[in-house]
Ligand binder design. Sequence first.
Ligand code: NAD
Length: 303
Amino acid sequence: MNIAFIGLGNMGAPMASNLVKAGHSVTVFDLVESAMQALESEGARRAESTEAATKGAEVIISMLPAGVHVKGLYLGRDGAPGLLEALETDADNTKPLIIDASTISPEDAREVAAAAREHGLTWLDAPVSGGVGGAKAGALTFIVGGSAEGFEQARPVLEAMGKNIFHAGESGAGQVAKICNNMLLGILMSGTAEALALGVKNGMDPAVLSEIMKQSSGGNWALNVYNPWPGVMEGSAASRDYQGGFLTDLMAKDLGLAWELALGSKSTVPMGSQARNLFALHSAQGSGSLDFSSIQKLYREGE
Ligand code: NAD
Protein backbone atom coordinates (compact mmCIF):
# COMPACT_ATOMS: atom_id res chain seq x y z
CA MET A 1 0.00 0.00 0.00
CA ASN A 2 0.98 3.64 -0.37
CA ILE A 3 1.47 4.84 3.18
CA ALA A 4 2.38 8.33 4.40
CA PHE A 5 4.09 8.38 7.80
CA ILE A 6 4.38 11.66 9.73
CA GLY A 7 6.53 11.92 12.86
CA LEU A 8 9.75 9.90 12.97
CA GLY A 9 10.76 10.15 16.63
CA ASN A 10 11.71 7.40 19.05
CA MET A 11 8.55 5.46 18.15
CA GLY A 12 7.65 6.64 14.65
CA ALA A 13 11.03 5.81 13.09
CA PRO A 14 11.03 2.08 13.94
CA MET A 15 7.30 1.82 13.13
CA ALA A 16 7.83 3.33 9.66
CA SER A 17 10.84 1.09 9.21
CA ASN A 18 8.71 -2.01 9.84
CA LEU A 19 6.18 -0.85 7.25
CA VAL A 20 9.02 -0.61 4.69
CA LYS A 21 10.21 -4.10 5.67
CA ALA A 22 6.67 -5.43 5.21
CA GLY A 23 6.82 -4.27 1.57
CA HIS A 24 4.69 -1.13 1.76
CA SER A 25 5.60 1.96 -0.22
CA VAL A 26 6.25 4.49 2.56
CA THR A 27 6.65 8.26 2.22
CA VAL A 28 7.84 10.01 5.36
CA PHE A 29 7.86 13.50 6.76
CA ASP A 30 9.32 14.93 9.99
CA LEU A 31 10.44 18.40 11.00
CA VAL A 32 13.88 16.90 11.71
CA GLU A 33 15.90 16.37 8.54
CA SER A 34 18.17 13.63 9.95
CA ALA A 35 15.15 11.55 10.97
CA MET A 36 13.96 11.52 7.34
CA GLN A 37 17.45 10.70 6.04
CA ALA A 38 17.64 7.64 8.29
CA LEU A 39 14.35 6.31 6.92
CA GLU A 40 15.37 7.11 3.36
CA SER A 41 18.43 4.90 3.79
CA GLU A 42 16.05 2.08 4.75
CA GLY A 43 13.99 2.39 1.56
CA ALA A 44 11.34 5.00 2.38
CA ARG A 45 10.74 8.08 0.24
CA ARG A 46 11.07 11.42 1.89
CA ALA A 47 8.76 14.37 1.31
CA GLU A 48 9.21 18.10 1.80
CA SER A 49 5.88 18.67 3.54
CA THR A 50 2.95 16.80 5.04
CA GLU A 51 0.87 17.66 1.95
CA ALA A 52 3.56 16.21 -0.35
CA ALA A 53 3.91 13.11 1.85
CA THR A 54 0.18 12.39 1.81
CA LYS A 55 -0.46 12.96 -1.90
CA GLY A 56 -1.87 9.72 -3.33
CA ALA A 57 -1.56 7.91 0.02
CA GLU A 58 -4.05 5.13 0.80
CA VAL A 59 -3.21 5.28 4.49
CA ILE A 60 -1.83 8.16 6.56
CA ILE A 61 -0.19 7.41 9.92
CA SER A 62 0.89 10.09 12.38
CA MET A 63 3.03 9.62 15.50
CA LEU A 64 3.44 13.03 17.15
CA PRO A 65 4.23 14.12 20.72
CA ALA A 66 0.95 15.60 21.95
CA GLY A 67 -2.56 16.84 21.14
CA VAL A 68 -1.39 20.31 20.14
CA HIS A 69 0.76 18.80 17.37
CA VAL A 70 -1.97 16.43 16.19
CA LYS A 71 -4.61 19.18 16.07
CA GLY A 72 -2.14 21.52 14.38
CA LEU A 73 -1.44 18.91 11.71
CA TYR A 74 -5.02 17.93 10.90
CA LEU A 75 -7.07 21.02 11.80
CA GLY A 76 -4.51 23.74 11.06
CA ARG A 77 -2.63 26.26 13.14
CA ASP A 78 -2.19 30.04 13.22
CA GLY A 79 -4.79 30.54 10.49
CA ALA A 80 -3.13 28.02 8.13
CA PRO A 81 -5.42 25.20 6.93
CA GLY A 82 -4.84 21.69 8.21
CA LEU A 83 -4.25 18.44 6.41
CA LEU A 84 -7.96 17.48 6.42
CA GLU A 85 -8.80 20.52 4.30
CA ALA A 86 -5.81 19.95 2.03
CA LEU A 87 -6.92 16.34 1.44
CA GLU A 88 -10.44 17.44 0.53
CA THR A 89 -9.31 20.08 -1.95
CA ASP A 90 -6.71 17.77 -3.53
CA ALA A 91 -8.10 16.57 -6.88
CA ASP A 92 -6.12 13.27 -6.59
CA ASN A 93 -7.42 12.63 -3.10
CA THR A 94 -8.05 8.91 -2.75
CA LYS A 95 -9.86 9.34 0.60
CA PRO A 96 -7.08 7.82 2.64
CA LEU A 97 -7.68 6.07 5.94
CA ILE A 98 -6.06 8.13 8.71
CA ILE A 99 -4.53 6.49 11.77
CA ASP A 100 -3.12 8.64 14.55
CA ALA A 101 -0.95 6.60 16.93
CA SER A 102 0.03 9.50 19.23
CA THR A 103 -1.16 9.58 22.85
CA ILE A 104 -3.52 12.57 23.18
CA SER A 105 -6.69 13.36 25.13
CA PRO A 106 -9.87 11.48 24.16
CA GLU A 107 -11.51 14.90 23.71
CA ASP A 108 -8.91 15.99 21.13
CA ALA A 109 -9.21 12.62 19.37
CA ARG A 110 -13.01 12.93 19.14
CA GLU A 111 -12.71 16.50 17.84
CA VAL A 112 -10.31 15.55 15.04
CA ALA A 113 -12.31 12.40 14.18
CA ALA A 114 -15.51 14.48 13.90
CA ALA A 115 -13.78 17.07 11.69
CA ALA A 116 -12.44 14.25 9.50
CA ARG A 117 -15.95 12.84 9.11
CA GLU A 118 -17.13 16.28 7.93
CA HIS A 119 -14.41 16.09 5.25
CA GLY A 120 -15.59 12.60 4.29
CA LEU A 121 -12.60 10.87 5.88
CA THR A 122 -12.16 8.11 8.47
CA TRP A 123 -9.79 9.04 11.32
CA LEU A 124 -8.87 6.49 13.99
CA ASP A 125 -7.18 7.08 17.33
CA ALA A 126 -4.71 4.19 17.68
CA PRO A 127 -2.30 4.86 20.56
CA VAL A 128 0.30 2.19 21.23
CA SER A 129 1.88 0.39 24.12
CA GLY A 130 5.14 -1.54 24.18
CA GLY A 131 7.80 1.18 24.12
CA VAL A 132 10.69 1.62 21.71
CA GLY A 133 11.62 -2.07 22.12
CA GLY A 134 8.13 -3.09 21.02
CA ALA A 135 8.24 -0.63 18.11
CA LYS A 136 11.57 -2.01 16.88
CA ALA A 137 10.42 -5.61 17.21
CA GLY A 138 7.09 -4.94 15.46
CA ALA A 139 5.44 -6.13 18.67
CA LEU A 140 3.40 -3.09 19.71
CA THR A 141 -0.08 -3.23 21.16
CA PHE A 142 -2.47 -0.95 19.22
CA ILE A 143 -5.56 0.30 21.06
CA VAL A 144 -7.96 1.60 18.44
CA GLY A 145 -10.92 3.94 18.77
CA GLY A 146 -13.26 4.53 15.81
CA SER A 147 -15.74 2.71 13.59
CA ALA A 148 -15.64 -1.08 13.26
CA GLU A 149 -15.20 -0.68 9.47
CA GLY A 150 -12.26 1.66 9.94
CA PHE A 151 -10.73 -0.75 12.42
CA GLU A 152 -10.98 -3.69 9.99
CA GLN A 153 -9.45 -1.56 7.24
CA ALA A 154 -6.57 -0.56 9.52
CA ARG A 155 -5.86 -4.01 10.93
CA PRO A 156 -3.55 -5.37 8.15
CA VAL A 157 -1.42 -2.21 8.27
CA LEU A 158 -1.22 -2.24 12.05
CA GLU A 159 -0.22 -5.93 11.99
CA ALA A 160 3.03 -4.94 10.25
CA MET A 161 3.94 -2.90 13.36
CA GLY A 162 2.20 -4.68 16.22
CA LYS A 163 1.20 -8.04 17.68
CA ASN A 164 -1.93 -7.20 19.67
CA ILE A 165 -4.53 -5.09 17.89
CA PHE A 166 -7.53 -4.12 20.03
CA HIS A 167 -10.72 -2.33 19.06
CA ALA A 168 -11.50 -0.36 22.24
CA GLY A 169 -14.73 1.25 20.97
CA GLU A 170 -15.80 4.47 19.26
CA SER A 171 -13.56 7.51 18.65
CA GLY A 172 -11.61 8.44 21.78
CA ALA A 173 -11.95 4.99 23.38
CA GLY A 174 -8.42 4.04 22.29
CA GLN A 175 -7.10 7.06 24.18
CA VAL A 176 -9.16 6.32 27.30
CA ALA A 177 -7.72 2.80 27.49
CA LYS A 178 -4.20 4.03 26.72
CA ILE A 179 -4.38 6.74 29.40
CA CYS A 180 -5.56 4.21 32.02
CA ASN A 181 -2.66 1.95 31.04
CA ASN A 182 -0.07 4.72 31.23
CA MET A 183 -1.35 5.97 34.56
CA LEU A 184 -0.76 2.44 35.87
CA LEU A 185 2.67 2.39 34.21
CA GLY A 186 3.64 5.70 35.86
CA ILE A 187 2.55 4.32 39.22
CA LEU A 188 4.36 1.01 38.85
CA MET A 189 7.57 2.54 37.48
CA SER A 190 7.81 5.00 40.38
CA GLY A 191 6.87 2.22 42.84
CA THR A 192 9.55 -0.04 41.39
CA ALA A 193 12.17 2.73 41.60
CA GLU A 194 11.11 3.40 45.20
CA ALA A 195 11.42 -0.27 46.21
CA LEU A 196 14.83 -0.62 44.53
CA ALA A 197 16.17 2.52 46.23
CA LEU A 198 14.93 1.30 49.62
CA GLY A 199 16.60 -2.09 49.15
CA VAL A 200 19.90 -0.66 47.96
CA LYS A 201 20.00 1.85 50.84
CA ASN A 202 19.69 -1.19 53.09
CA GLY A 203 22.55 -3.10 51.57
CA MET A 204 20.90 -5.06 48.75
CA ASP A 205 22.45 -5.57 45.32
CA PRO A 206 19.91 -4.02 42.87
CA ALA A 207 20.22 -6.98 40.46
CA VAL A 208 19.62 -9.55 43.22
CA LEU A 209 16.69 -7.55 44.61
CA SER A 210 15.21 -7.15 41.11
CA GLU A 211 15.38 -10.89 40.47
CA ILE A 212 13.75 -11.65 43.83
CA MET A 213 10.90 -9.17 43.27
CA LYS A 214 10.46 -10.34 39.67
CA GLN A 215 9.76 -13.87 40.92
CA SER A 216 7.62 -12.62 43.83
CA SER A 217 4.33 -10.80 44.22
CA GLY A 218 5.90 -7.43 43.33
CA GLY A 219 6.77 -8.67 39.83
CA ASN A 220 5.73 -6.27 37.07
CA TRP A 221 6.51 -4.98 33.55
CA ALA A 222 9.18 -2.50 34.75
CA LEU A 223 11.10 -5.29 36.48
CA ASN A 224 10.61 -7.69 33.57
CA VAL A 225 11.59 -5.50 30.64
CA TYR A 226 12.40 -1.93 31.74
CA ASN A 227 14.45 -2.06 34.96
CA PRO A 228 15.13 1.55 36.10
CA TRP A 229 18.39 0.80 37.95
CA PRO A 230 21.52 1.34 35.76
CA GLY A 231 23.42 -1.83 34.92
CA VAL A 232 20.78 -4.32 36.04
CA MET A 233 19.36 -4.97 32.58
CA GLU A 234 21.45 -4.94 29.43
CA GLY A 235 19.96 -2.73 26.72
CA SER A 236 17.61 -0.88 29.07
CA ALA A 237 17.37 2.94 28.97
CA ALA A 238 18.80 2.94 32.52
CA SER A 239 21.93 1.19 31.25
CA ARG A 240 22.56 3.90 28.62
CA ASP A 241 22.26 6.96 30.87
CA TYR A 242 18.49 7.09 30.31
CA GLN A 243 18.95 8.27 26.69
CA GLY A 244 16.14 7.64 24.16
CA GLY A 245 13.09 5.58 25.08
CA PHE A 246 9.94 7.19 26.49
CA LEU A 247 10.70 10.70 27.69
CA THR A 248 9.90 11.90 31.23
CA ASP A 249 8.04 14.84 29.65
CA LEU A 250 5.81 12.46 27.69
CA MET A 251 5.02 10.43 30.83
CA ALA A 252 4.22 13.68 32.66
CA LYS A 253 1.94 14.60 29.74
CA ASP A 254 0.13 11.23 29.91
CA LEU A 255 -0.35 11.50 33.68
CA GLY A 256 -1.74 15.00 33.09
CA LEU A 257 -4.19 13.48 30.58
CA ALA A 258 -5.22 10.94 33.23
CA TRP A 259 -5.76 13.76 35.70
CA GLU A 260 -7.96 15.68 33.20
CA LEU A 261 -9.92 12.51 32.46
CA ALA A 262 -10.46 11.96 36.19
CA LEU A 263 -11.63 15.55 36.71
CA GLY A 264 -14.08 15.28 33.82
CA SER A 265 -15.56 12.01 35.08
CA LYS A 266 -15.39 12.79 38.83
CA SER A 267 -13.05 9.83 39.36
CA THR A 268 -10.57 9.61 42.23
CA VAL A 269 -6.99 8.89 41.18
CA PRO A 270 -4.81 9.42 44.28
CA MET A 271 -2.02 7.13 43.09
CA GLY A 272 -2.10 8.63 39.59
CA SER A 273 -1.94 12.14 41.08
CA GLN A 274 1.06 11.17 43.18
CA ALA A 275 2.81 9.73 40.14
CA ARG A 276 2.00 12.87 38.13
CA ASN A 277 3.56 15.06 40.81
CA LEU A 278 6.68 12.88 40.92
CA PHE A 279 7.22 12.97 37.15
CA ALA A 280 6.41 16.71 36.95
CA LEU A 281 8.95 17.41 39.71
CA HIS A 282 11.52 15.19 38.01
CA SER A 283 10.95 17.07 34.74
CA ALA A 284 11.19 20.45 36.48
CA GLN A 285 14.56 19.38 37.89
CA GLY A 286 15.90 19.04 34.35
CA SER A 287 15.16 15.39 33.47
CA GLY A 288 12.32 15.98 30.98
CA SER A 289 14.36 14.71 28.03
CA LEU A 290 15.59 11.58 29.78
CA ASP A 291 13.76 8.27 29.59
CA PHE A 292 10.96 8.09 32.18
CA SER A 293 12.69 5.27 34.10
CA SER A 294 15.16 7.98 35.19
CA ILE A 295 12.57 8.65 37.92
CA GLN A 296 15.01 6.34 39.74
CA LYS A 297 17.36 9.34 40.05
CA LEU A 298 14.77 11.20 42.13
CA TYR A 299 15.11 8.47 44.78
CA ARG A 300 18.91 8.57 44.69
CA GLU A 301 19.44 12.26 45.36
CA GLY A 302 22.16 12.94 47.89
CA GLU A 303 23.94 9.61 47.26
P1 NAD B 1 9.37 11.88 20.00
O1 NAD B 1 9.37 13.21 20.65
O2 NAD B 1 10.60 11.03 20.03
O3 NAD B 1 8.98 12.03 18.43
C1 NAD B 1 8.02 12.92 17.93
C2 NAD B 1 8.44 13.29 16.49
O4 NAD B 1 7.41 14.08 15.91
C3 NAD B 1 9.73 14.12 16.42
O5 NAD B 1 10.64 13.50 15.53
C4 NAD B 1 9.26 15.48 15.91
O6 NAD B 1 10.21 16.14 15.10
C5 NAD B 1 8.03 15.08 15.10
N1 NAD B 1 7.07 16.16 14.85
C6 NAD B 1 6.51 17.01 15.75
N2 NAD B 1 5.63 17.83 15.12
C7 NAD B 1 5.62 17.48 13.81
C8 NAD B 1 4.93 17.93 12.65
N3 NAD B 1 4.05 18.93 12.71
N4 NAD B 1 5.19 17.34 11.48
C9 NAD B 1 6.08 16.33 11.39
N5 NAD B 1 6.78 15.84 12.43
C10 NAD B 1 6.55 16.41 13.64
O7 NAD B 1 8.12 11.10 20.60
P2 NAD B 1 7.88 9.50 20.65
O8 NAD B 1 8.57 8.93 21.83
O9 NAD B 1 8.13 8.94 19.29
O10 NAD B 1 6.31 9.47 21.00
C11 NAD B 1 5.31 9.81 20.05
C12 NAD B 1 3.96 9.56 20.67
O11 NAD B 1 3.85 8.19 21.08
C13 NAD B 1 3.69 10.40 21.94
O12 NAD B 1 2.35 10.80 21.96
C14 NAD B 1 3.99 9.43 23.08
O13 NAD B 1 3.28 9.76 24.26
C15 NAD B 1 3.55 8.11 22.47
N6 NAD B 1 4.24 6.91 22.98
C16 NAD B 1 5.58 6.88 23.16
C17 NAD B 1 6.19 5.71 23.66
C18 NAD B 1 7.69 5.61 23.88
O14 NAD B 1 8.13 4.62 24.49
N7 NAD B 1 8.49 6.57 23.41
C19 NAD B 1 5.41 4.59 23.91
C20 NAD B 1 4.04 4.64 23.69
C21 NAD B 1 3.45 5.81 23.21
